[in-house]
Design a protein around this ligand. Structure first.
Ligand SMILES: Cc1cc2nc3c(=O)[nH]c(=O)nc-3n(C[C@H](O)[C@H](O)[C@H](O)COP(=O)(O)OP(=O)(O)OC[C@H]3O[C@@H](n4cnc5c(N)ncnc54)[C@H](O)[C@@H]3O)c2cc1C
Ligand code: SF4
Length: 354
């Protein structure tokens, strides 16, 4: 039986003080934490319920044009928000491609960033898992590796990060606002999630007790709004995690790419951004050849972590296709099947085969 204290703090300071104790876990929407507790994967000794903390459920546009999204904003509310849809349509598309309407109504911004891997051996308490129990070994090696990493993995862990939301956030240079025992700090989203190395159990840069209070989209995000897409390849067209995904955003000037952003999901223990791919597109015409070359650069260094070499090919195709769709322009309304490869006809001569 999982015995734990239950604390419902009234302020961020109280929450941080309560969560600094070893074994404590924040509870937001509960869609990931409670599942893992029921399955015997997580055993917090203290639950710090943050759902009623004041002020963390707001979305505000700041004086400089940045959008500040409170950590308790639900995935559904964020995807519906007019300012976010206008400035960062790929964020809304990614959110709407995730989970189900019911889950999106409960799941929060902070919880989505901090959700754990969907590696089946991590969620099975009877399997060996270095991420769950440091030094225990990794039963994923030689097992079912379809969903596992092809970039940035180590012998200790080959798991991927499952979030859709984080992928366009990373492409758009989002910043995470954090409150902790030592005060408040900002962290680029790129620095939040860690690659496994020898210590896969250390998954993020958060220190004990640190609480995500908000995510900020910088004013520059809006410069990509006219040409931004999220594309997700999954085993079912809805209600499934990404096998591979890509967020592509272009700033176009006179038909030429002035600046490009490209991030991949489902390929590593963190959302994966490629500076080399982005640099290759700056100043280039929007062409299938340029998109294929950028996709190949984004997958540079990729290697199978098991029987999953096909993911490298698939990720390249999804990246090239996302870039082509972004170049064609953001649709006025989010497609009926958000982020689906079936939602929009191929453009610029690019097909699902790249
Ligand atoms: C069936 C199913 C399908 C899903 N499909 C998708 C999908 O396709 N794409 C996708 O992206 N996601 C998917 N999800 C995951 C879902 O989006 C996450 O479970 C959800 O976003 C977690 O948010 P939450 O508020 O419920 O977090 P919780 O479950 O409350 O918390 C999750 C973790 O985050 C920590 N945490 C929560 N808030 C904070 C904070 N503010 N600061 C620091 N730590 C915090 C908690 O301590 C916990 O460790 C799916 C989930 C389910 C159950
Ligand atoms: S891949 Fe990582 S999360 Fe999965 S069993 Fe191995 S160590 Fe655990």
């Amino acid at each position: 039986m999982n015995v734990f204290d239950y604390v419902r703090p009234a302020s961020v300071d109280e929450a941080v003080a309560a969560a600094t104790e070893p074994g404590a876990a924040y509870l937001a929407g509960g869609t990931n934490l409670l599942d893992l507790m029921k399955g015997g994967t997580r055993h917090p000794t203290r639950i710090v319920d943050i759902r009623r903390l004041p002020g963390l459920d707001r979305i505000e546009t700041l004086a400089d044009g940045a959008i500040r999204i409170g950590a308790l904003v639900t995935n559904a509310a964020l995807a519906r928000n007019g300012d976010v849809r206008e400035a960062a349509p790929a964020v809304a598309e990614a959110l709407l491609s995730g989970a189900s309407p019911q889950l999106r109504n409960a799941a929060t911004v902070g919880g989505n960033l901090m959700q754990r891997t969907r590696c089946a051996y991590f969620t099975d308490p009877h399997s060996a898992c270095n991420r769950r129990t440091p030094g225990a070994g990794c039963d994923a090696h030689g097992g079912d590796t379809r969903g596992q990493a092809v970039l940035g993995w180590s012998e200790a862990c080959i798991a991927t990060h499952p979030s859709d939301f984080c992928v366009p956030l990373l492409a758009l240079d989002a910043v995470v606002e954090i409150a902790g025992p030592a005060g408040s700090r900002d962290l680029p989203l790129d620095a939040l999630h860690r690659l496994p190395g020898d210590t896969p159990a250390v998954e993020t840069a958060l220190e004990p007790g640190e609480l995500i209070t908000a995510v900020r989209l910088p004013p520059s995000a809006a410069g990509f709004a006219g040409h931004a897409r999220y594309l997700k390849l999954r085993e079912r067209t809805s209600y499934a995690f990404a096998l591979v995904s890509a967020a592509a955003a272009l700033r176009m000037e006179d038909g030429v790419i002035a600046e490009a952003r490209l991030a991949l999901g489902g390929v590593a223990a963190k959302p994966w951004r490629s500076a080399a791919a982005e640099a290759s597109l700056a100043g280039a015409p929007a062409s299938p050849e340029a998109f294929r070359a950028a996709a190949a650069l984004a997958l540079q260094g990729a290697r199978p972590s098991g029987d999953n070499a096909a993911k490298i090919e698939l990720a390249g195709r999804v990246a090239a296709r996302a870039l082509a769709l972004a170049a064609a322009g953001t649709p006025e309304t989010i497609p009926a099947l958000p982020a689906s490869v079936f939602a929009t006809a191929p453009v610029h001569g690019a097909t699902a085969h790249g």
